[in-house]
Design a protein around this ligand. Structure first.
Ligand code: HSE
Length: 418
């Protein structure tokens, strides 16, 4: 029988996730893993662990030869990258929960893993308790992954649930998400979609071998969603969710983005409420599969960190199969999106940018249209996220090709816009 490595852990961070992990590890003695030292930023507050464990000197962990695993669950992406890269170079395996750090340093981290031969695992960094990375990496190791559609940010999903289903106002809902420990310490990272796109960046690597910088991907958050949008959603028997989507096109490229989206009530993602996350995977023969679980919070996140620690006992590493063992997919730029746009002032909307507009509602103070626009226009232009404009994708928003210029002109005329 294979012997399992004894794991001696140096832990960076003792916040929501760090403390959760400490408690979870105490309840899992069979793991043969123990925390030797915990590095924190300052000694300031009282902590629920023996004072002798704590230090503020990172080198006490990074240079300790007994410590063979660094677990990093801190908030500061730059400091986290420094810790993770030093730990790998010092011959230690690493478990990290830092979404932003992984997304913004992905290429360097891939290089460091190659160079050092050490393992860097980060299952907790996306969808917390849902084992999405290992599934994408191990199970869908083939060319059959047609699409992934997911809710990857717990705080925004929590806020949308509270606003639209419980009638709570935005600020109270955000405060509740902060109090529950779901939100980032800078909650604009959640609200404006940065956290979701960071997670999507490396999920795209494990799903399709795409390695893009987050800022090169199209994304937005829930900050512009207007009360009347939810009325439209209800009238259409749909819900509004912040959806991360990736879909393989006929030419083999992958369309990918994170934007608010109308979701039909029978869609699996409509079932995902509060801080839960959900992932719908569509593959060649299996059709749809739905993964569901808590996407934020102390124990759900710690459970994924624990699972990574457990995997290190067997020397588990991500192979990045889609990147290194298959032909990586390219990010698609040439496709169209079907969008709903609500706004106060018609003059702020460049109607000529649309391929066509098929609905137009201008009776009330808040107006809206439904139309089709090129992905590149949204990617390169900013008007759709200014002046109180709210853009929400329609269900099944991706259109691979549009017919001719005539359609554009005719539909604009029909809409009475030209
Ligand atoms: N702020 C994040 C979220 C925490 O709300 O999803 C989990 O990554």
């Amino acid at each position: 029988m294979a012997t399992h490595k004894k794991l001696t852990i140096g832990l960076f961070g003792f916040g929501v996730v760090g403390e959760g992990l400490y408690k979870v590890l105490q309840q899992t003695p069979s793991l043969n893993a123990s925390i030797k030292r915990i590095c924190i930023k300052n000694y300031g507050k009282k902590r629920n662990a023996p004072a002798s464990l704590f230090t503020t000197d990172k080198n006490e962990l990074l240079n300790d030869h007994d410590i063979n695993v660094i677990v990093e669950v801190i908030d500061d992406a730059n400091a986290a990258f420094e810790i993770v890269s030093t730990a790998l170079q010092n011959g230690k395996d690493v478990v990290s929960a830092s979404k932003k750090m992984i997304a913004t340093n992905l290429k360097e981290l891939l290089q460091l893993q190659k160079q050092t031969g050490k393992s860097l695992l980060y299952e907790s960094a996306a969808c917390a308790s849902i084992p999405v990375i290992r599934n994408l990496e191990e199970y869908y190791d083939n060319d059959l992954l047609h699409s992934i559609k997911a809710i990857v940010n717990g705080s925004t999903n929590f806020i949308l649930t509270k606003i639209f289903e419980e009638g709570i106002d935005f600020n109270t809902a955000l405060l509740q998400a902060q109090q529950a420990g779901f939100a980032e310490s800078d909650p604009t990272l959640d609200i404006e979609g940065y956290d979701a796109i960071n997670k999507w960046t490396f999920l795209l690597t494990h799903a399709y071998g795409i390695t893009e910088n987050p800022e090169n991907l199209l994304f937005n958050g829930i900050q512009f969603i207007h009360a009347t949008d939810s009325e439209t959603a209800a009238a259409r028997k749909q819900e509004i969710k912040l959806v991360a989507q990736a879909q393989k096109l006929k030419n083999g490229e992958v369309a990918a983005f994170v934007l608010p989206q109308f979701v039909k009530q029978e869609d699996h993602l409509a079932f995902v409420k509060n801080e839960y996350n959900g992932v719908v995977i569509e593959s060649g023969f299996a059709d749809k599969q739905f993964f569901y679980g808590k996407g934020a919070g102390s124990f759900p996140t710690a459970s994924a960190v624990l699972s990574d620690i457990a995997a290190l006992r067997y020397g588990y590493k991500y192979e990045y199969k889609k990147l290194y063992h298959h032909q990586p997919h390219q990010l698609a730029k040439d496709f169209f999106l079907k969008v709903y746009l609500s706004f106060d002032d018609i003059n702020s909307i460049p109607k000529e940018e649309f391929e066509w507009i098929e609905e137009w509602h201008a009776q009330k103070e808040r107006k809206y249209l439904i139309g089709v626009i090129a992905y590149q226009k949204l990617k390169n232009q900013t008007w759709w996220r200014e002046n109180g404009t709210s853009l929400i994708l329609l269900p099944d928003p991706i259109i691979e090709e549009v017919a001719s210029q005539n359609i554009k002109k005719r539909s604009l005329e029909l809409a009475g816009v030209l």
